[in-house]
Design a protein around this ligand. Structure first.
Ligand code: LHQ
Length: 259
């Protein structure tokens, strides 16, 4: 239910249930978790690209999956979040390299919030984002109640979550919900080029930037200054920092190893 490959420093994850707009099943969660474990264990991976096959990016939970909605009995959805969605979001946020999301089509429910858990989001002009949860009596999950207000502010986040309106990729880019909206036929080329570029950059340094960004919303400025000091201490010991400075002084292109 997913395609996964590692090549030239880039791990590409493609959600692959196009008939059902790549909605999540237990199986897809398990394959994703497995792929993320492999990424963490593979030193060669210096950027991750997440996208979807077909006309949709991800329609959130597969509402027909019997493993989650088993007949007449009220399903324990919290259990599903605890076992599958929350570990997925946590593991994506914690990956020690940039994660690019190329939203190729509609991103609904947990599919939209999965995108917002990534570091840089590109979307095709025909793509859209929907906080679909309210329409079926659910609460936005997969970190959406944390990420969306921070991305677009509480007025827009509240209306989007309570109304479930569809937001076009262009609107999403205008609001700062995503990094960029690009023409449909340019999406994958652009996302791949970005991943390939990032895979040549100081990966260790980029992972420290991610740590600073992940901490910023709960820290005071004083705490964040302390954190910057600590992270910069680590960054200053990397080979890539030495190489970056040397290359600058030599007026040549740096050759980073990611370490
Ligand atoms: C689907 C789905 C889908 C199954 C399209 N499931 N088949 C976490 C914890 C545990 C449980 C509960 O949930 C969660 C988190 C969540 O994500 S809750 C939110 C779940 N997602 C939704 O409510 C979105 C449902 N989908 C839609 O509203 C529409 O499909 C959107 C707006 C995404 C796309 O609309 P269209 O472009 O008009 O496509 P479509 O509706 O015709 O869908 C195409 C096919 O995909 C269709 O199947 P069919 O066999 O008729 O061709 C849909 O039934 C199927 N599909 N989403 N979530």
């Amino acid at each position: 239910t997913i395609q996964f490959e590692i090549a030239d420093g880039v791990a590409t994850l493609t959600l692959n249930r196009p008939d059902k707009l790549n909605s999540f099943t237990v199986q897809m969660h398990s394959e994703l978790a497995d792929a993320i474990r492999k990424i963490n264990a593979d030193d060669s991976v210096r950027a991750v690209l997440l996208t979807g096959a077909g006309r949709g990016f991800c329609a959130g939970q597969d509402l027909g999956d019997r493993a989650v909605n088993s007949g007449d009995q009220a399903p324990n959805l919290g259990d599903s979040l605890e076992k599958r969605y929350n570990p997925l979001v946590r593991s994506l946020r914690a990956l020690p390299m940039p994660v690019i999301c190329a939203v190729n089509g509609v991103a609904a429910g947990a599919g939209a919030n999965l995108a917002f858990a990534c570091d840089i989001v590109l979307a095709a002009r025909s793509a859209s984002f929907i906080q679909a949860f309210c329409k079926i009596g659910l609460v936005p999950d997969s970190g959406g109640t944390w990420t969306l207000p921070r991305l677009v502010g509480s007025a827009r986040a509240a209306a989007l979550m309570l109304l479930g309106d569809k937001v076009s990729a262009e609107q999403a880019a205008d609001w700062g919900m995503i990094w960029k909206c690009v023409d449909d036929d340019a999406l994958l080329t652009e996302a791949k080029a970005m991943a390939a570029h990032l895979a040549t950059q100081p990966t260790k340094g980029l992972s420290l930037i991610k740590r600073a960004l992940n901490a910023t919303w709960t820290n005071t400025m004083d705490e964040q200054l302390d954190l910057e000091r600590d992270l910069q201490t680590i960054a200053g010991t990397t080979g890539d920092y030495q190489e970056g400075v040397k290359a600058f002084l030599d007026k040549r292109k740096p050759a980073f190893t990611g370490k």
